[in-house]
Design a protein around this ligand. Structure first.
Ligand code: SF4
Length: 211
């Protein structure tokens, strides 16, 4: 039976997608290949323990959440990811989100799941990590997320969205301010002023002070 290295599981409020505000059972896998300047989950770079996919599915089924999310770290790095995602889709029968940093092949995310896919901006310190081949792999249900630290990040992200016609390729393009660095009202003002083809996204879980 397949295993994955799990840092933690928990139930909380989904905070970073169009599912924001919905109760969610999170499976956070250990390890990440990036080192973003604003990372709020550095503790998950290592540690945790190997867990059987079947046990995680049982835990997800028992949770009272409305949706399930596999996150990290970077979940697509793990060999057992595909078996985990397939089992969750088959047995939990609730919407499944997979949050990924955009550097890995998103075709690993099964068709029945929603990809919440980062495009790292200059301010992250990991700009250029995005696998541009992922643009052609986007499905109608996927969501792209840009975490914006300043006006330069905003301009860079807006140009990336327009250049690649991202609004026509996926369900949503989300611009989210780095909490504690950029005022959401500033980002909102830029989006409104430009008529930018994006959706403002606040990191609801951080506003609430939950995981
Ligand atoms: S990709 Fe996510 S988990 Fe990895 S360093 Fe960046 S913010 Fe942290």
């Amino acid at each position: 039976m397949s295993t994955v290295q799990v840092y933690e599981t928990f139930t909380s409020i989904q905070g970073e997608s169009t599912f924001s505000g919905v109760s969610c059972f999170f499976i956070r896998l250990t390890g990440c290949n990036l080192r973003c300047a604003y990372c709020d989950t550095t503790q998950a770079f290592e540690g945790g323990r190997q867990r059987f996919v079947g046990d995680l599915v049982s835990e997800a089924v028992a949770s009272r959440s409305r949706i399930i999310e596999v996150t990290g770290g970077e979940p697509l790095l793990q060999e057992g990811f595909s078996d985990l995602a397939a089992a969750l889709l088959a047995e939990v029968k609730r919407p499944l989100l997979v949050e990924t940093n955009g550097s890995c092949d998103i075709s690993l995310i099964p068709d029945g799941a929603v990809g919440v896919i980062d495009v790292k901006t200059p301010g992250s310190g990991e700009c250029g990590s995005f696998d541009v081949a992922n643009i052609d792999r986007l499905r109608a249900q996927d969501e792209l997320k840009f975490v914006i630290g300043d006006h330069h990040d905003y301009e860079w992200s807006k140009q990336f969205v327009v250049k690649h016609g991202l609004n026509d390729r996926c369900h949503a393009v989300l611009f989210s301010p780095v909490a504690g660095t950029l005022a959401a009202s500033d980002l909102a003002g830029w989006i409104v002023e430009d008529g930018a083809p994006v959706r403002l996204q606040l990191q609801l879980h951080r506003i609430l002070g939950v995981l």
